[in-house]
Ligand binder design. Structure first.
Ligand code: DGJ
Length: 396
């Protein structure tokens, strides 16, 4: 009997043997999941639902950055140890499908809609075989956080509508812009025209380009899609409908002609903070930071928030998401998105800056940078740490 019990215990413990619990976050190192495999969820984002954090990201293959699998999902209650939940949104084998295997499917983010009780996923989509020309967003939906997500549609953004700040004066200026007069790019005149809406006008009928993106749910439950538009020259923030599945048509432009991508956002004591990158493909560059008193702006640019080795290259990475969580009450529903909609304000918040160190020659080996955001003189700072423990860092 004793021997049988011992054998049974051993058998049950077998899957856990050889894997010790992870105690700290070590940016840039391999990050094994519960199966001992490096987490494959790049350009990702996190949703807190109940007591569980769900991490969604791009599955990257060994030799191509194109999507051969889809969006993966991992679950954790401590942000350190992640259980692989499988493929949340699978690419399709149907020829001509928007999400046909081999398309480019990047930067997926998931938010929970309290009215419909659905999990809503948005992502950057490029149609198979068309490089980065489609510049669309895609939307998928699921009844459960782990999926399976059902693909709904993909398209460009806000066709037929002007940004909210375009009044009579701006519309009159846009009216005078003629692409034929700006054949040479990157001249001061071209940049000025882009700032005034050269590409907004060009894409007015077919919809605005939509590439690198994130989602944000505000305290009042309103959700926003933030994406690189206008040939990656200008960021757009677009309001979502109550079911989080469409744009309402209201949108604003951030840093016109500023050439930003990789937007990540959080709100601290009433101020919206956004960290972005410049546009240098898979190669890292210096992070940028903006703040605004309202999601509709005005947005002001600040210096690079990174500190430490390679701070001028975002430590070798590129921003993807900022997780808001409660510092110290790790298993309650505080922090991140609440189940009734908004981003609950927490007493002692911790903001975690997430970035990717891309490995275009071996995409699945891309690494993660997760660092706590601290404040210096009222402004966010991202300081390099070799290792650190979530729920333990003072942010003031
Ligand atoms: C930079 C973007 O941030 C990535 O998501 C990806 O689109 C690469 N460019 C492709 O070069």
């Amino acid at each position: 009997m004793k021997q049988t019990l011992l054998l049974l215990t051993l058998l049950l413990a077998l899957p856990l043997m050889g894997q010790s619990e992870r105690q700290t976050i070590r940016s840039g190192e391999l990050w094994p999941d519960n199966n001992g495999t490096h987490i494959n969820a790049h350009g990702g984002g996190i949703l807190k639902y109940g007591d569980t954090f769900y991490w969604y990201g791009e599955h990257k293959s060994d030799h191509t950055s194109n999507a051969l699998v889809g969006v993966t999902c991992y679950a954790s209650t401590d942000l350190l140890n992640w259980r692989y939940c499988g493929v949340a949104l699978s690419v399709s084998d149907e020829r001509g499908s928007d999400i046909e295997r081999g398309c480019v499917l990047e930067r997926p983010k998931v938010i929970f809609n309290p009215l419909t009780k659905k999990f809503c996923m948005w992502f950057h989509l490029e149609l198979k075989g068309r490089g980065y020309n489609a510049a669309r967003y895609g939307v998928a939906v699921s009844d459960r956080p782990e999926g399976p997500f059902r693909f709904l549609y993909s398209q460009r953004a806000n066709a037929g509508t002007w940004p909210v700040e375009f009044g009579e004066k701006e519309l009159a200026t846009v009216d005078t812009l003629n692409a034929a007069n700006f054949k040479e790019q990157w001249t001061p005149a071209w940049l000025k025209a882009v700032g005034e809406g050269l590409f907004v006008k060009r894409d007015f009928g077919t919809g605005q380009m939509s590439r690198d993106m994130t989602l944000y749910v505000d305290d009042d439950g309103k959700a926003y899609h933030i994406f690189s538009s206008e040939e990656n020259l200008t960021l757009h923030i677009a309001e979502l409908t109550g079911d989080y599945l469409h744009h309402t048509g209201r949108y604003t432009r951030v840093a016109p002609a500023g050439h930003n991508e990789a937007p990540a956002i959080f709100k601290h004591e009433g101020t919206y903070w956004m960290i972005t990158s410049g546009c240098t493909g898979w190669a890292p560059n210096e992070a940028r930071m903006f703040s605004a008193p309202s999601i509709w702006g005005p947005w002001t640019q600040h210096p690079n928030p990174c500190r430490g080795p390679k701070a001028d290259l975002t430590f070798g990475g590129q921003s993807t998401f900022i997780l808001t969580t409660d510092n110290g009450r790790r298993t309650t529903d505080n922090g991140q998105q609440t189940t009734d909609g908004g981003q609950r304000s927490v007493n002692n918040p911790q903001y975690i800056f997430m970035a990717d160190i891309w490995r275009p020659q071996h995409p699945s080996d891309a690494r993660y940078i997760w660092l706590p955001i601290e404040f210096e003189g009222g402004k966010p700072v991202v300081r390099w740490r070799d290792e650190w423990k979530p729920f333990s860092v003072k942010n003031t």
